[in-house]
Design a protein around this ligand. Structure first.
Ligand code: UDP
Length: 418
C-alpha cells in the first residue's frame, strides 16, 4: 500500500517478467485511501506484461479499529489496513498455487510467518535507501547498547552506523520542528528542578499576508521563471557593513543571479550603476516587501536571510531553503539550528575583500546557491525543507501538538473565566 511502495514493487515485478522470464503475481492491498485512484490507474495499465498478474487481496474494514480514522497518521492507517489484509494471504497463496518465492514489502513483514508455514522462501524488497536499511539493521545493537538508559531522541547529534553514512537523529523524527528542545523543556529532570513555567508549543505561527494587493514587486516576481529568484533580506535591527553590502551587490551584479533584495535604509541602497546593470534580473525594494507573499510565490527559489526566527519559520512553512547570514543576537544560534540540526540552510560568510572584492562576492554567491540548489547537498536540503513544510502544516492540524497546546491553554482560560 502507498504509492511510494507500490510503484517500485510494480516496476520490480515488470523487470522480473520482462528481463528474467519469471511469472509474477502482484498481490495488492485493496484500499479506499486517497491514492486508490492512481493505484487503479497504474495497475490497470494496458501496457503491463502478460505474465504479470494483479491480484487484489479481499477488502478489509478497519474503520472501527482506528479511532478518528481521518486524522490518524498515514503510517497507522497503512499498517492497520495491510495487517488486516494479510490475514487472507495464506489462502490466496494456496489458491494461486504455492509460488516459488515471495517478495514482500517493509509494511507487510507478517508475510514471513505465512511463508514459513507454507515453506516458501521469503524476501524483503526494501524500497528505501541503503543508509536507512543499514540503520534498521543497526537498531537492534543500538537498543542493546543503550540498554534503556535513554530514548533515541535523547542521543546527541549523529548516530554512526558502522561503515555507513551517519544518521541525524532529527532526520528520523516525523513531527515538530524542534522535537528535542520541546521535549527537553517539558520532561527533562533539570527543567523540573529549576523554576520552569508551563510551556506550550503553539507554532509555527507565521504572518498571514492580509493584503495580497498586487504591489510592483510581486508583479515583477510573478513574471520570473519558477525557482529562479533569490530573496535577500536582513533584519530590521542589524545591517551589513558598507564593505559587505558592496561585495554582495558586486556578487549579484557579476553572477547575474535573479534576485529580490530588500535594502531598508535609503543611505544603504546600492548605487544607480548597480540598479542599472541588474535591471533585467533583479528588483530592489527600498522599504517594506510583502515577505510572506514573496516567499509563497513559485519563482522564489530560496531566501538569503539574517535568520530572525519569523523569517526562518516563514521560509520553512513555504518549503524554501535558506542561505543563513546571521548578524547578531540569537540569529547565529538560529542559523546553526537551521543548518546543522534541521538541515534546511547553508551558512553564508562574506568577509569583505578577501580575494579582491568583486570576485569574492560573485564566487561566494555562486557557491551558496550551488550548495542550496544543486548536487547532493542541495537535494538533501531541499528535501528536508519540504518535509518540514509538511510537518509544519501537520503540526497546526487538529490532533497535533501545536493545535492541542493552544486549545489546552484556551480551555484553562475558559474554565477560569467561568
Ligand atoms: N517583514 C516583512 N517585510 C519586510 C521586512 C520584514 O514582511 O520588508 C516581516 C517578516 O516577514 C517577518 C518580520 O517582518 O515576519 C521580521 O521578523 P524576523 O524575526 O524575521 O526579523 P527581525 O526583524 O525581528 O530581526
Amino acid at each position: 500500500m502507498g504509492l511510494g511502495h507500490l510503484i517500485p514493487h510494480l516496476e520490480f515485478a515488470k523487470r522480473l517478467v520482462v528481463h528474467h522470464g519469471i511469472r509474477v503475481s502482484l498481490l495488492v492491498v485493496t484500499t479506499s485511501e486517497p491514492s486508490a485512484a492512481t493505484q487503479d490507474q497504474l495497475l490497470g495499465s494496458p501496457h503491463l506484461p502478460a505474465d504479470l498478474h494483479i491480484i487484489h487481496l479481499p477488502p478489509v474494514d478497519v474503520d472501527k479499529m482506528i479511532i478518528d480514522y481521518d486524522d490518524a497518521l498515514v503510517l497507522t492507517r497503512l499498517c492497520t489496513i495491510t495487517g488486516e489484509s494479510l490475514r487472507s494471504l495464506k489462502s490466496v497463496l494456496i489458491e494461486i498455487g504455492k509460488p516459488k518465492a515471495l517478495v514482500t514489502d517493509l509494511f507487510a513483514t507478517q508475510a514471513f510467518d505465512v511463508c514459513k508455514e507454507l515453506s516458501i522462501p521469503a524476501y524483503l524488497y526494501s524500497t528505501t535507501s541503503a543508509a536507512f536499511n543499514a540503520f534498521m539493521l543497526y537498531l537492534q545493537s543500538l537498543t542493546v547498547m543503550l540498554s534503556h538508559k535513554c530514548e533515541f531522541i535523547d542521543l546527541p547529534g549523529l548516530i554512526q552506523v558502522p561503515g555507513c553514512s551517519p544518521i541525524w537523529i532529527a532526520d528520523l523524527l516525523d513531527q515538530d520542528l524542534e522535537p528535542m528542545s520541546i521535549k527537553g523543556i517539558q520532561q527533562n529532570p533539570f527543567f523540573k528542578k529549576i523554576p520552569t513555567p508551563p510551556f506550550y508549543p503553539v507554532g509555527p505561527i507565521i504572518k498571514q499576508e492580509e493584503t495580497l494587493s498586487y504591489t510592483e514587486c510581486l508583479e515583477w516576481l510573478d513574471k520570473q521563471p519558477p525557482d529562479s529568484v533569490l530573496f535577500l533580506k536582513f533584519g530590521s535591527g542589524g545591517t551589513l557593513s558598507f564593505e559587505q553590502q558592496t561585495e554582495l551587490a558586486c556578487g549579484l551584479e557579476l553572477s547575474q543571479q535573479r534576485f529580490m533584495w530588500v535594502v531598508r535604509k535609503p543611505t544603504d541602497t546600492p548605487g544607480a550603476g548597480f540598479l542599472n546593470s541588474t535591471r533585467d534580473v533583479g528588483f530592489v525594494v527600498s522599504s517594506w516587501a510583502p515577505q510572506v507573499a514573496v516567499l509563497a510565490i513559485p519563482p522564489t527559489e530560496g531566501f538569503l536571510s539574517h535568520c530572525g526566527w519569523n523569517s526562518a519559520l516563514e521560509s520553512i512553512v513555504h518549503g524554501l531553503p535558506i542561505v543563513a547570514w546571521p548578524l547578531y543576537a540569537e540569529q547565529r544560534m538560529n542559523a546553526t539550528l537551521l543548518a546543522e540540526v534541521m538541515g534546511v540552510a547553508v551558512k553564508a560568510k562574506m568577509e569583505a575583500g578577501e580575494t579582491g572584492r568583486a570576485l569574492s562576492g560573485e564566487k561566494r554567491l555562486r557557491e551558496w546557491r550551488g550548495r542550496m540548489m544543486e548536487g547532493e547537498e542541495g537535494k538533501v536540503i531541499r528535501c528536508r525543507v519540504k518535509e518540514l513544510k509538511e510537518s509544519a502544516a501537520k503540526a497546526l492540524n487538529s490532533n497535533r501538538s501545536s493545535y492541542d497546546s493552544p486549545s489546552c491553554v484556551a480551555d484553562q482560560w475558559k474554565t477560569e473565566l467561568n
